[in-house]
Design a protein around this ligand. Structure first.
Ligand SMILES: [Zn+2]
Length: 441
């Protein structure tokens, strides 16, 4: 019976305190917040150092240097660390770090590489003002890498890091995945299979009021049609048929009419060549075509992409597309293949629960509500590979800002410490969480 009164008193007391005062934090949480506040100047120095090193995906030395600096920092926190060389998949490699043997198992995901190559004019941090720092990869996602490091360091300072188990995977090829995927993804997938909960430190949609519980996957497809070449005057005869171009038109229009109303599913034919003689280069996406008005087209090639919100939605869409492709017009044939891509991160119940804990931690920190970002605004990312193997996953825990993947990439530094506090609190609060336990996926 005392409870409503107690809540009211807490609310009243809270209302009188400054916004960031932690009236609903326990002493350990209070210690975490204090450790983060004390470490911010040091964290900002590290962020500046990392952003000033070019680590475009193909700059293997630069990616490895950023990895080495972070590796040293995790070593200093008494983590086990390892550099997984990327020669097998033509990239620099991945940093792996681990700590602890009890409590909930967390996988923290970052990446070392950026989209800015070593010859890009955009190479260094510029302070636009106290809050806005511009720099290549500052939000995508060296800021997130530093946030995860200092969230863990603060938990160690507060004496609670030993209550959880952590594996950190900071990949060297997020912006351009190495191939084969099986080799490039091994470090991440091994850690995901071990983990209960995955936390991604990407910048999400850049808004600290949102986090990512669902990302659409992105997969490429290629469609090949063949028809019977003959004089056009004989087209539509049962033994001559319709030719490859009518068959391509039928298939693409059926894709559109049967699938374009599915919520959160999109697909797009990006390039098409058709005629008597055609070429289409899979790597450069350039092609040539030759054909004549009076000759029935022999071939058509189409390359496209598809984005789906869940593995089930992608599978259903693929099944519909394959059925359509199989319903050939007379004297034509068609084949559809899908390439390796990023799988979807489905908006599961577990992900929603994790967001609820994150949202509560944010509010208890005086940092306001956090809601789920629209999956159409969240691109594919490393957590997409991990999500299917954990009970709960949440991304967008990194440094917030705007202009990612452009020379206007800008961090809002006020969110730097805030994101560290939210991440550390969510790990601390889920330290002993039976609902998080991953029973072997
Ligand atoms: Zn990124």
């Amino acid at each position: 019976m005392l409870r409503p009164l107690k809540v009211l008193l807490i609310l009243l007391t809270g209302a009188m305190l400054p916004a960031e005062s932690a009236f609903s934090l326990d002493p350990n949480e209070q210690a975490i917040v204090e450790a983060i506040d004390a470490s911010l100047p040091e964290a900002e120095l590290l962020l500046r150092e990392l952003v000033d090193i070019n680590s475009g995906t193909q700059n293997l030395d630069g990616v490895a240097r950023v990895g080495q600096i972070l590796k040293d920092r995790f070593d200093a926190l008494a983590f086990d660390t390892r550099w997984d060389d990327g020669a097998e998949f033509n990239r620099a490699g991945h940093l792996w770090a681990a700590h602890g043997g009890s409590g909930t198992r967390f996988l923290l995901i970052g990446h070392l590489d950026t989209v800015f190559a070593s010859d890009s004019p955009f190479q260094h941090v510029t302070e636009l003002d106290g809050n806005r720092w511009r720099g290549p990869g500052i939000t995508d996602m060296k800021g997130g890498d530093v946030i995860m490091l200092y969230a863990l360091a603060a938990m160690q300072t507060a004496g609670v890091l030993d209550q959880i188990s952590v594996q950190v995977v900071i990949t060297g090829d997020e912006e351009s995945r190495g191939r084969p995927h099986a080799a490039a993804n091994r470090t991440l997938l091994d850690a995901a299979r071990w983990a209960d909960v995955a936390l991604g430190f990407e910048d999400g949609d850049g808004d600290p009021k949102t986090a990512v519980i669902s990302r659409r996957g992105s997969v490429g497809w290629q469609l090949e049609m063949t028809g019977k070449p003959a004089h056009s005057s004989q087209i539509f005869r049962p033994d001559v048929g319709f030719g490859a171009i009518f068959e391509a038109a039928r298939i693409l229009d059926s894709f559109r009419t049967e699938l374009s109303d599915v919520p959160l599913l999109t697909f797009n034919p990006g390039v098409i060549v058709g005629g008597t003689d055609i070429t289409l280069d899979g790597t450069t996406a350039r092609g040539t075509a030759f054909g004549k008005n009076n000759v029935i087209a022999r071939g058509v090639s189409v390359k496209g992409g598809i984005r789906a919100v869940s593995p089930a939605q992608l599978d259903e869409a693929k099944a519909v597309m394959h059925r359509i492709v199989g319903e050939n017009l007379a004297q034509t044939s068609a084949s559809l293949t899908f390439s390796e891509g990023y799988p979807p991160m489905a908006p599961t119940e577990g992900n929603r629960e994790l967001l609820a804990v994150y949202n509560q931690a944010s509010q208890d920190l005086g940092l306001g509500e956090v809601r789920a970002v629209n999956p159409r605004r969240a691109g594919a990312a490393d957590i997409s590979f991990a999500a299917a193997h954990v009970t709960m996953a949440l991304d967008g825990l990194g440094l917030m800002g705007y202009g990612g993947h452009t020379e206007g990439e800008t961090a809002l530094m006020a969110t730097f410490g805030q994101q560290m506090k939210r991440a550390a609190l969510v790990m601390y609060r889920l330290r002993d969480c039976s609902r998080c336990r991953d029973i072997g996926t």
